[in-house]
Ligand binder design. Structure first.
Ligand code: SF4
Length: 239
């Protein structure tokens, strides 16, 4: 029977502690590798899901656009040159909704490409974004003659298409540009001067009403107010 001396006992204890430390190190290393593998797989899965979502959203928007391409649900279908569906990122966090296409938009079939559109582009760039990051569309998809105000029956006929677009994109924030966009989306008669400057809710999505860029071209002093609204959007995006 082996005699345990204080020296041999200390050696044995040291050896056991060493083995335990090695086992712990190996476990930690393997756990790290396992965790790294897991998080890498998670990143890949999120990336794949994002790619699938982008494709789904683009396909959804494409289908809505195709379905309405020959739309004659209101009188504007007869006078338009091009239907202006909308443009931008199908997964945008921010969607800008204006009133209706103007002459340039009707000509090119693209939203906000005239002078007001150039100002909107500057606003988007001042937010640190580009037009490719956001989505831009209008309440009406066809130009009212001589840029007159949209008629209630035109808005009623066209609004379901906008609803489908917004549902497909599902943005975090909608920026309603001008009276008609704000009143149509919020179903209110409250003037834009009262609505602006704070978030409202559109089907669970935060909605910021602000002045239309065309209004800013006529009233440059209102740019400061719009910038205040835009800053609230930027702050919300950072949360
Ligand atoms: S404005 Fe809308 S509802 Fe009217 S014809 Fe154009 S797409 Fe159709």
């Amino acid at each position: 029977m082996a005699v345990i001396t204080p020296e041999s006992g200390e050696r044995q204890l040291r050896s056991e502690l060493l083995s335990a430390a090695k086992a712990l190190k190996s476990h930690v290393t393997n756990s790290d590798k396992y965790a790294a593998g897991l998080s890498w797989r998670k990143v890949e899965r999120v990336k794949k899901n994002t790619q699938i979502n982008v494709k789904n959203n683009e396909a959804d928007l494409g289908k809505i656009c195709t379905d309405m391409s020959g739309c004659q649900l209101c009188g504007l279908g007869k006078t338009r040159h091009n239907l202006v569906f909308g443009a931008g990122n199908a997964q945008a966090k921010v969607v800008f909704v204006g009133e209706a296409p103007g002459a340039d938009e009707d000509e090119q079939g693209m939203p906000f490409v005239g002078r007001a559109g150039q100002l909107l582009t500057k606003i988007i760039e001042a937010m640190g974004l580009s037009r490719k990051d956001v989505y831009i569309c209008n309440i009406l998809k066809c130009r009212p003659p001589q840029n007159r105000n949209p008629l209630p029956e035109e808005i009623t006929a066209c609004e379901p298409f906008l609803k489908q677009q917004l549902k497909s994109i599902s943005p975090r924030i909608i920026c309603a540009l001008g009276t008609f966009a704000a009143k149509t989306l919020l179903k209110t008669e409250v003037p834009i001067s009262v609505l602006r400057g704070r978030f409202h809710s559109y089907e669970g999505i935060k909605l910021m009403p602000t002045y239309h860029p065309a209004y800013l071209l006529r009233n440059p002093s209102a740019k400061k107010i719009v910038w205040e609204d835009v800053q609230l959007i930027m702050k919300e995006l950072q949360n």
